[in-house]
Design a protein around this ligand. Sequence first.
Ligand SMILES: [Ca+2]
Ligand SMILES: [Ca+2]
Ligand SMILES: [Ca+2]
Length: 569
Amino acid sequence: MKSALARTLLATWICCALPFVSQASGRIEPADTGDPAPATAPDEGPGDVGKPAPADGPAGMVIVTDASLVAQFRRLASTHERLGLVTRLRTLQSIRDAYPAGRDDAERIRLFLKDARANWGIEFAFMGGDEPLIPMRRAYVDQLPPVTDPVILLPTDQYYACLDGDWNADGDDRWGELPNMVTGDPGDDADVVPELCVGRAPVTTRQQAQEFVDKTVRTLERSMSSDPLDVLLVAGAALGTTFFAPQAEAAKALIDSATAASIARLYRYAASWPGAEPLTEESLLAGLETGPELSILFGSGGPGTFALEANPPLIEVPAEDLLGLENRDSFGHAVALSAYTTQPGILSIGAALVQARRGGSASVLGPTDIEFVGVSNHYIELYLEKGFVEHAATVGEAMRAVLHEPDLVQPFSILRLTALGNTLLGDPALPFPAGTAPPAAAFAKVSASGPGAWLDAGVTTALTARRPAFSRPDAGRDRARASARLDRATGSLEIAFERPRSAGSLLDVSVIDLSGRRVRQLDRATARAGTGSVSWDLRDADGRRVRPGLYFVRVATGGDQQVVRAVVW
Ligand SMILES: [Ca+2]
Ligand SMILES: [Ca+2]
Ligand SMILES: [Ca+2]
């Protein structure tokens, strides 16, 4: 039996030999940010019992947790609620009661999520607990290249994100199988294109849950910074060369083109890369200790380790060493290519960063098992594009958008390892750390994708009226519509909107900043069908001109919303 690290190394090698050709990604519309109700009208909602029903009213997120952690996660739900995202909490215990026909607990949770999507309209699902409290599905991945074990039981939370189809259609004991021409196994009908944005808290005790919720709440409440985005890029070595540095350099180029960023680079064999500093355990910990808003770790790894040097003699950083980070003021997001970053049920690298009491990261995206470097690097490229170029508002939406890229959802096992294995540890509704778009880049990017953009002296406003990216069960009903234009005479943004026929629901037109905080409420009334308009003078609730940056003007009526993006400088 090969060691886990050896498996990673071998996979690394085969991807060198067979480089994955990345394709230019098509532009897609970002997804809705959820179905927030006005922040001033807290959701009463149903209790922790029964199945979701339309009469409960809409919700944007559900938290599924264990009865032992309810008090901690209820606090997180209240914070989201206060910031405008209606969030409901269910325990696995009540889901078991409501869905006795499920074949196991994971299927019961998925049945609940399907109902919550259909009847409440949720966009986000958050698993409030690691295994063994909240199970993760194992996908049966076979037909792998001979360098790996022939079959991998891949831990995947995408089972909870992809709600179509039957993940065990042939009724055996293997979930998410592809058809196998050799054995004649018909396979299952596993949907791998997500409807939901799913994250997971890597916690099992009340103490861990309390610390996790504290960190997440601080991150959600953090106000937007106008400073350059602090980024840490890490590139380990393999096969006796820098190996991962070109991928880190590509990430640097993308971030630099999209925002004002202060980027620290730690590379093995740094001398070959001007401006990069040598990567050692000490420099890695010191780099993380500065509290980067975004850390990207390229390198090999094993369960609970990150390898700085993956060829003998191995140099590995154990997850335990990350628990002691003390970058108290950091609420960053980390992305890792390294294998086993988010393996459930152990202290993985990702779990350690999220669990670190006085530092680390608020959220980590990475794989649960072995990785093929070329494919996973493509995943990271796409993920960064979704956030920096296409302005996905949250980490969960950026991740969901990646999995709508056709070249990642092909029915091949090495692609599925990456598409299904990448897992978000942390709250999926945390803002994507995209910094502030510089004027030139923002104008070019947004005007290329949106229906209109205007440039005026000192104020540029660009917008895209967002529509739901994915089909929903209620797609046929009327939806709110919004559009905007800049009034050149007054320098104000004029927002015109059409309210759906669901008369009687509350109308809320608000300006939201990147951190999810409401900057200004422009209109609030009991909505009746028809058209309306409101103007925004680019000032906050205290009458001050807003800082330069990206803002969202949200027109919400009941469970429906449209968002207009405005870049102000
Ligand atoms: Ca099966
Ligand atoms: Ca089968
Ligand atoms: Ca789907």
